[in-house]
Design a protein around this ligand. Structure first.
Ligand code: ADP
Ligand code: MG
Length: 397
């Protein structure tokens, strides 16, 4: 069902209004410095629109995993300066967004003013979707915008309960874009529709394989996921990352999928996971014991690239190998390049998953695909066809 969006509200509905915006500012930090500001930049269009329309903007976000209590390591305070720099105007900080002081600070914001609240996970009620905490957050605003796609798969006080308390409750620009790209890809894909899945664990992606199988024309599998399938085929997998308790599952998926499911024909192997260890390329039935699979081989990359080149819609989730450790990044970078080429040829290409997004950024190709989702777990659950509580709670269009 489609949801009401910020873009559908006219200016008079925003001017002077106090708008609570759930953003996803859960960025990687090191020693008080933001090391990747992608998620912050992705939140800017909604903040800028509200600023331009004269709203009084209250930003709420979580950061990291504090244990429901204030923890300076996870304070959002350092993000004030980052936001100010990107937005070009001052941003206030609400040290306790549940306090009556915060309510009065927000009331005193100028039209177009922006305040950032401290980490929502400093309160034990956040992850419990606690009504009393949601009441507190709701007291800061007259209406609600959810732009935190990356947190939409969790029913938390600032993503779910609050949406029942502030009306209108609408999707922000980023949220709308994510739902449109991911939704259209799975519901109305131009064909051929190809999914490429990889990453470490098959266990986290079995639901994804099952839900995509009836929809796609082909599923290409790489990463350690492929090793569990190799095992299911009775092949030697050496020291590769295999999930023994998922081998039966993999067997039944292989039967169910027929030739829709494409596995690598060979692998890059080494005796240990170390960039300086000698490597070999072998076909998948030639993995010696004592060696592990750390990437797809060139022949498999070529096979995958050909499938991608022929596709009109491509979804990619999960790296093809241990891309953090070159030379085991070659398959992943090759797939990234194949996606960019397919995009130039007119295909819709979508990247979901935190590590896949990092990989396409490492390849410098994030602007050469149709859409890179900002939500790792959320994009996975959306593609699995699961309802996202943070979206479901918003007003219907
Ligand atoms: P995403 O975040 O894109 O959904 P995942 O989190 O599922 O991806 O998986 C990413 C991880 O998978 C990376 O850390 C990568 O090193 C690992 N991985 C990929 N291939 C292999 C392999 N053959 N052996 C071990 N780990 C692998
Ligand atoms: Mg990951």
């Amino acid at each position: 069902m489609s949801k009401r969006t910020l873009a559908q509200l006219d200016g008079t509905q925003l001017d002077g209004q106090r708008v609570v915006v759930r953003v996803d500012l859960n960025v990687p930090m090191s020693g008080g410095t933001v090391t990747d500001d992608t998620r912050i930049r992705a939140s800017l269009p909604t903040i800028q629109l509200l600023h331009d329309r004269g709203a009084r903007v209250v930003l709420l976000s979580h950061l990291g995993r504090p244990a429901g209590v204030p923890d300076p390591r996870y304070s959002l305070r350092p993000l004030v300066r980052v936001l100010e720099k990107l937005l070009g105007f001052p941003v206030a900080f609400l040290a306790d967004p549940t306090s009556s002081d915060a309510v009065s600070e927000v009331r005193h914001l100028p039209r177009g003013g922006v305040a950032l609240g401290e980490n929502t996970r400093f309160y034990p009620g956040e992850e419990k979707n606690d009504p009393a905490l949601a009441d507190r957050f709701a007291a800061l605003g007259d209406m609600y915008v959810n732009d935190a796609f990356g947190s939409a798969h969790r029913a938390h006080a600032s993503t779910e309960a609050i949406a029942h308390r502030l009306k209108p409750a609408v999707a922000g620009l980023l949220m709308e874009k994510e739902l449109r790209f991911l939704g259209e890809a799975v519901d109305h894909p131009a064909r051929p529709f190809v999914a490429i899945l990889g990453g470490a664990k098959i266990s986290g992606k079995i639901d994804l394989v099952e839900s995509l199988l009836p929809k796609v024309d082909r599923i290409l599998i790489g990463g350690a996921m492929a090793c569990t399938f190799f095992k299911a085929m009775g092949l030697e997998t050496g020291t590769s990352l295999v999930e023994p308790d998922r081998v039966d599952m993999a067997k039944s998926l292989l039967q169910q999928a027929g030739d829709k499911l494409v596995l690598p024909s060979g692998a890059v192997i080494a005796q240990r996971l170390d960039g300086s260890a000698p490597t070999r390329e072998v076909s998948r039935d030639q993995v010696p014991s004592g060696w592990g699979v750390y990437d797809i081989d060139d022949a498999s990359l070529q096979l995958f690239a050909d499938c991608i080149a022929a596709a009109k819609t491509v979804i990619w989730n999960g790296p093809m190998g241990v891309f953090e450790t070159p030379p085991f990044d070659r398959g992943t970078l090759g797939v990234a390049r194949a996606l960019a080429a397919a995009t130039r040829a007119g295909a819709v290409t979508i990247v979901g998953g935190g590590d896949s997004a990092a990989a396409i950024a490492a390849a410098g190709l994030e602007d050469q695909v149709t859409h890179v989702s900002t939500g790792g777990g959320a994009s996975l659950e959306f593609l699995e066809g699961k309802p996202l509580p943070g979206v479901a709670a918003l007003d219907d269009a």
